[in-house]
Design a protein around this ligand. Structure first.
Ligand code: NAD
Ligand code: ZN
Length: 384
């Protein structure tokens, strides 16, 4: 089968790799029809993680089931399924509590938790930017789709990661009807956090970024764009909230947060959030931060440490949630919103390309080139 293989920093190629296959009775084999490139792939693509060369990416996957193992009860051949990016067993202590983002079985390192397809430090699982994907614990991990699956797959594929992740940011931030919410980052995840806040009935959603195409997108759904290359975003938010700050905020950028000149400051969005959110407000951080970042320019960041303004955070009595999103906690409900026509997360998609076009797509998406807001890849074998 073909797959998007990582060859080293900023280099990927589409290569023949061994076919994914059923390895255990509980596996499901999926022929991928839609697989997204994610901002998380870019941390790996840029060589800013220890993702091994020769492995392949792809954790936002949707496709048709072509084979099931003998131990699979529910999922059937021919069905369309979307897979949470978290690989989870369903029976460990964390999975039982709904924390599939920190599965203890799917992560082989005893002292760690959490797993994903085609992801640095998240277990051995192969990615889905390929013709075929092996889904372990298939009954637990597959979310089955209805008859509209093929037609609406550009919406449903967002259930693998960014829609539930954006939603999770608003859950951690405790966004409620009527709230004023600020979001840092208008990438796909920030867009989905803004969309989720609006779906929940926030009265005002403010989104900070500096890319005009991304800011235009959030404006389309009724959020207020704040261009931090033109204004101080903290002042802008405070002005719009009578000097009090937003009720809550979401971090959707991560450790490669940078200033408008491109210099990285991993503490930038965290500290700006603390200052843009009111006393006793709540913050949800879904942007990725890493325990070590050898590629960082300063010593603190190399150790995975961030100069966080804890004094200000404490003084303001704020609360903060963080970590990978537990996709399974939300994907079924969000699927039903899509099925009912009440959510159309594909609104952020700018490009639908073949798998062969992945190297070019990675380059553009990594540059945050104008108009490259979200890419869906369709492997050749797909019945697109
Ligand atoms: P992206 O890189 O396309 O988007 C990030 C956006 O942040 C860009 O538009 C960039 O211009 C903007 N940005 C950079 N510095 C900024 C600053 N100082 N202030 C405001 N905006 C700034 O990526 P994405 O796909 O939207 O993902 C965003 C983050 O979410 C990444 O770190 C990704 O790894 C992470 N993520 C986490 C989860 C999870 O489960 N927690 C899931 C998916 C993605
Ligand atoms: Zn992702």
């Amino acid at each position: 089968m073909k797959a998007v293989v990582y060859d080293g920093p900023r280099e990927v190629s589409v290569q023949d790799v061994p076919d994914a296959r059923i390895e255990r009775p509980t596996d499901v084999l999926v022929q991928i029809t839609s697989t997204n490139i994610c901002g998380s792939d870019l941390h790996m693509y840029e060589g800013r993680t220890d993702f091994e060369t020769g492995r392949w990416f792809g954790h936002e996957n949707l496709g048709r089931v072509i084979e099931v193992g003998d131990g699979v009860d529910k999922v059937q051949e021919g069905e369309y399924v979307v897979l949470p990016f978290n690989v989870a067993c369903g029976h460990c202590k964390n999975c039982e509590r709904g924390l599939t983002n920190y599965c203890l079985t799917a992560q082989p390192k005893a002292e760690w938790a959490g797993a994903a397809y085609g992801f640095a430090d998240m277990g051995p699982w192969a990615g889905g930017q390929a013709d075929l994907l092996r889904v372990p614990w298939g009954d637990f991990n597959c979310l089955r789709l209805g008859e509209d699956a093929e037609e609406k797959q550009s919406d449903y594929v967002m259930l693998a990661d960014i829609f539930p992740t954006g939603y999770h940011a608003t859950e951690m931030a405790d966004v409620k009807p009527g709230d004023q919410t600020v979001i840092y980052g208008a990438g796909p995840v920030g867009c989905m956090a803004a969309y989720s806040a609006i779906l929940k009935g926030a009265s005002r959603v403010m989104v900070v970024d500096r890319h005009p195409d991304r800011l235009r997108l959030v404006e389309e759904i009724g959020a207020i764009p704040i261009d931090d290359s033109k204004v101080d975003p903290v002042e802008a938010v405070n002005e719009m909230t009578m000097g009090l700050g937003a009720d809550n905020g979401c971090e959707c950028v991560g450790y490669q947060a940078h200033d408008v000149e491109g210099h990285e400051h991993p503490n930038m969005t965290l500290n700006r959030l603390v200052q843009s959110v009111r006393f006793t407000g709540t913050i949800g951080v879904v942007g990725v931060y890493v325990p070590q970042d050898p590629g960082a320019s300063d010593e603190l960041a190399k150790q995975g440490e961030v100069a966080f303004d804890y004094g200000q955070f404490w003084f303001r009595g704020q609360t903060m949630g963080s970590g990978q999103a537990p996709v399974k906690k939300y994907n079924r409900r969000l699927r039903d919103l899509v099925a009912a026509g009440k959510a159309t997360p594909s609104w952020i998609v700018s490009h639908e390309l073949s798998l062969d076009e992945a190297p070019n797509a990675y380059e553009h998406f990594d540059n945050r080139d104008d108009g490259w807001t979200k890419v869906i890849l369709h492997p050749a074998g797909a019945a697109a």
